[in-house]
Design a protein around this ligand. Structure first.
Ligand code: BG6
Length: 484
C-alpha cells in the first residue's frame, strides 16, 4: 500500500503557461512586437541553447523583423488567443483550482511606455479571466514572463535603463485597476534569477547599447531595476486591491556539493547565494550581507538609492514561488549534462529526461524545506514537469506513463514537505497544454496533459487531445492528492 498524503483542503492544484509560448496572434489586435518574436527556430538541437543565450543586438533584431522566410514559433504559439474557451474548458474538466498564465506587456502597451492602454489587449485578458472565474478557477497572473516590448529595448535598452521601472509600474497599475477583485495571485517577474545570465531573454537588453560597461554590469543593473519595480508594483497592488497578493519567483536550481570535500560544500552555498539573491531581496526587504562580496567578485557596482532601499524595505512579497525541474551539482569535476538554461555536472544517482535534465523528486523536497526555512512565507510551486517526446497514436491517444511517473514522484515529495511543516499553497505543473519550448523554440518537447497537434515547423491542425496523464491528474485533483 502506498502512503497517503494529506494536502490542505484549499490546495491550489492547476497548471502553468506563458503568453509568449502559448498565445500566438502576435500581430493581432494592436499588439506591439516583443523580444520573444525574434526567437528563431534552430534546427540543430546542439546549437539551440547557445543561440538563446547569445547576446542580442539591434542588427539581429532588425534582421529578425525583416526575415520573411524564417520560422519564429513564439509568434504563433499554439494559438491560445483563439482557443482560450476550449482550452479553459479542458482545464475545468481536469478540475483545476488555479491556472497560471502571463500577460504580454506589448499587448497592453504596444510601445511599452504608451500613456493609454490598448483596449483590445485588456479585453482579451479580461475574457480569459472571466472564463476562468466561470469555472471557479483562480487566475495566477505573471506580469512579465520572458518577453519585453521590443520598442523599449530599442529605445532605452530594456531593463538596463532606470526609466523602465516607471514604464513597468504604469503597466502594472493598469492591470491592477482593471482586474481588481478578479485576480488574487500575481507574480511580478518569471524566474528573476536568470537576468544575471540572459540579458535579452529576461531583460530586453541589446549588447550594442551597453556602451563601455561589461555585460555582467549591465545585467546586474537591470536586476536591481527589476527588484525596485517588483517592490513598487507590490506597493501599488496593496493600495489598489488589498485582498490581492504578490509573489516573487525564481528558477530554483538545487545544486548539491559534488563531494563532501569542504570546498565543494562551499561551492554549493555560493550557488544558493546566486540563486536566492533576488528572492532574498524581495522577501526580506533588503540586499543580503553576502551580496557585497558577490558583487565585488563579479566586478559590479550598483546605484542603490535611499529611495530604492525604502521601497524594498516597505514592500516585501506576500508569497514566494519557484519553478523546479531538476537538480545539479556545485564544485568538483566531471561530465556535463544539460539543464534549465544552463548545463551542470552529472549526478550518478539520477536519471535524465530526453533533454538531459536530471530528474530528482527528492530535490524538490530539499528545496521546499530550504525555502521555507529561509523565508517562512507561503510557497507556490508554479512550474514543474517533464519535457518529453510524445507520440500521438492513430486513434489520438498519448500514453505518457513517463510523465505520470515524474509528476507522481514529485507530488509525493510535496506531500513529504507538507509533513515537514512547509506551507505549500499550490502546484501548477508547466505547460499543462502543450506549448512552444522556451529554450528550444520547438514543439517536440512537450509537457502537457493535453496534446496539441502542431510540429516544429508549425504544421498541424492545432486540435487538442487528452493524454493519459489528463485522467490521472484529474483523479489526483478530485482526491486532493490522497490517491496518486
Ligand atoms: C522555465 C520557464 O524556465 O522552464 C518556461 O519559465 C519554460 O518559460 C520552462 O518553458 C521549461 O523550459 P523549456 O526550455 O523546456 O521550455
Amino acid at each position: 500500500m502506498s502512503k497517503v498524503y494529506r494536502f490542505p483542503e484549499n490546495f491550489l492544484w492547476g497548471g502553468a503557461t506563458a503568453a509568449n509560448q502559448f498565445e500566438g496572434a502576435t500581430r493581432e489586435d494592436g499588439k506591439g512586437w516583443t523580444t520573444a518574436d525574434t526567437a528563431k527556430y534552430e534546427p540543430d538541437p546542439k546549437l539551440r541553447m547557445q543561440q538563446m543565450l547569445a547576446p542580442m543586438t539591434t542588427e539581429k533584431v532588425e534582421a529578425a523583423l525583416n526575415d520573411q522566410a524564417g520560422l519564429y514559433p513564439k509568434r504563433y504559439g499554439v494559438d491560445f488567443y483563439h482557443h482560450y474557451k476550449e482550452d479553459i474548458k479542458l482545464l475545468a474538466e481536469m478540475g483545476f483550482k488555479t491556472f497560471r498564465f502571463s500577460i504580454s506587456w506589448a499587448r497592453i502597451l504596444p510601445n511599452g511606455d504608451d500613456d493609454e492602454p490598448n483596449e483590445q489587449g485588456l479585453q482579451f485578458y479580461e475574457n480569459v479571466i472571466d472564463e476562468l472565474l466561470k469555472y471557479n478557477i483562480e487566475p495566477l497572473v505573471t506580469i512579465s514572463h520572458y518577453e519585453f516590448p521590443l520598442a523599449l529595448s530599442l529605445k532605452q535598452n530594456g531593463w538596463a535603463d532606470r526609466k523602465t521601472i516607471a514604464a513597468f509600474t504604469h503597466y502594472a497599475e493598469i492591470l491592477f485597476k482593471r482586474f481588481k477583485g478578479k485576480v488574487k495571485y500575481w507574480i511580478s517577474f518569471n524566474e528573476m534569477n536568470f537576468i544575471t545570465m540572459t540579458g535579452y531573454l529576461a531583460g530586453g537588453i541589446l549588447a550594442d547599447k551597453n556602451g563601455d560597461q561589461s555585460e555582467t554590469q549591465v545585467n546586474y543593473t537591470a536586476m536591481h531595476h527589476q527588484l525596485v519595480a517588483a517592490a513598487q508594483a507590490t506597493k501599488l497592488l496593496h493600495e489598489i486591491d488589498p485582498a490581492a497578493q504578490m509573489g516573487s519567483m525564481i528558477a530554483r536550481i538545487e545544486n548539491y556539493p559534488a563531494t563532501s570535500k569542504p570546498e565543494d560544500v562551499m561551492a554549493s552555498v555560493e550557488s544558493d547565494h546566486a540563486n536566492f539573491l533576488m528572492m532574498d531581496v524581495l522577501a526580506n526587504g533588503e540586499y543580503p550581507s553576502y551580496a557585497k562580496r558577490l558583487f565585488a567578485d563579479n566586478h559590479v557596482t550598483l546605484d542603490i538609492t535611499p529611495e530604492d532601499r525604502q521601497v524594498l524595505k516597505e514592500n516585501t512579497c506576500d508569497f514566494v514561488s519557484f519553478s523546479y525541474y531538476m537538480s545539479g551539482i556545485a564544485g568538483g569535476e566531471g561530465e556535463e549534462t544539460a539543464g534549465n538554461l544552463m548545463s551542470t555536472k552529472k549526478n550518478p544517482y539520477l536519471k535524465t529526461s530526453d533533454w538531459g535534465w536530471q530528474i530528482d523528486p527528492v530535490g524538490l523536497r530539499v528545496s521546499l524545506n530550504k525555502i521555507y526555512d529561509r523565508y517562512h512565507k507561503p510557497i507556490f510551486i508554479v512550474e514543474n514537469g517533464l519535457g518529453a517526446k510524445d507520440e500521438l497514436t492513430a486513434d489520438h491517444q498519448v500514453h505518457d506513463d513517463y510523465r505520470i511517473s515524474y509528476l507522481h514522484d514529485h507530488i509525493e515529495q510535496i506531500g513529504e514537505a507538507l509533513e515537514d511543516g512547509v506551507d505549500v499553497i499550490g502546484y501548477t505543473p508547466w505547460g499543462c497544454i502543450d506549448l512552444v519550448s522556451a529554450s528550444g523554440n520547438e514543439m517536440s518537447k512537450r509537457y502537457g496533459f493535453v496534446y496539441v497537434d502542431q510540429d516544429d515547423q508549425g504544421h498541424g491542425s492545432l486540435a487538442r487531445y487528452k493524454k493519459d496523464s489528463f485522467a490521472w491528474y484529474q483523479h489526483v485533483i478530485a482526491t486532493n492528492g490522497t490517491e496518486l
